[in-house]
Design a protein around this ligand. Sequence first.
Ligand SMILES: O=C(O)c1ccccc1NCC(=O)[C@H](O)[C@H](O)COP(=O)(O)O
Length: 218
Amino acid sequence: MSSPLFRTRIKFCGMTRPGDVRLAGELGVDAVGFVFAVPSPRRLEPDQAAAMREALAPMVDAVALFMNNDAEEVRQVVGVVRPSLLQFHGDEDEAFCRMFGLPYIKAVAMGAGASPDPLALHARYPSAAGFLLDAHAPGEAGGTGRAFDWSLAPRGMTKPILVAGGLTPDNIHDAVLATRPWGVDVASGVEAPGEAPGVKDGARMRRFVEEVRRADCG
Ligand SMILES: O=C(O)c1ccccc1NCC(=O)[C@H](O)[C@H](O)COP(=O)(O)O
């Protein structure tokens, strides 16, 4: 997608500290993600995420991320955290994804050379607000720091596409130019080296945003 007025949306995922959430807003990031997927090292309890939501600037989306969580847990998170968007990474079907009455993004596994058919995706999830192309293989968790082959990103998707997986300040410029997505999503690529997963690095966050904006001008 390119137009003089277009800007690539940015989501920082797997936030675990209020200060990182605050900085994301100041940097002009469009959305932050709170992870409730059981296998994730970035997993939060609902009340932790609710506390971090308080640090969120106005007009920045709070996204709640799930992977095969049961409906009761999703409902509890929706009630306590009040996300504006849901993101599903598991085997959830259309009926499950839509039952919470919020817009949702469905993650699509791009690992192991997968090359999904856009028509089939739209047919399977007609109510999805968009799709997130992530580098993990089917059945695996995200947040791996691995990239997928961007040339396999499906073309001709009519709904917004987010590209994710292994994005960093060093490769995001090329990733945006290669895929021209609606948005990009990053977890480990803006984290502080040597720190626990979820601990973001202010300088990396800033440089990531700068590089996306540079690509938007290209
Ligand atoms: O981030 C996680 O720990 C995670 C766990 C289980 C399912 C999904 C998860 N993250 C999803 C995301 O949206 C990440 O931003 C995406 O996978 C990219 O991660 P990274 O390669 O670390 O930038």
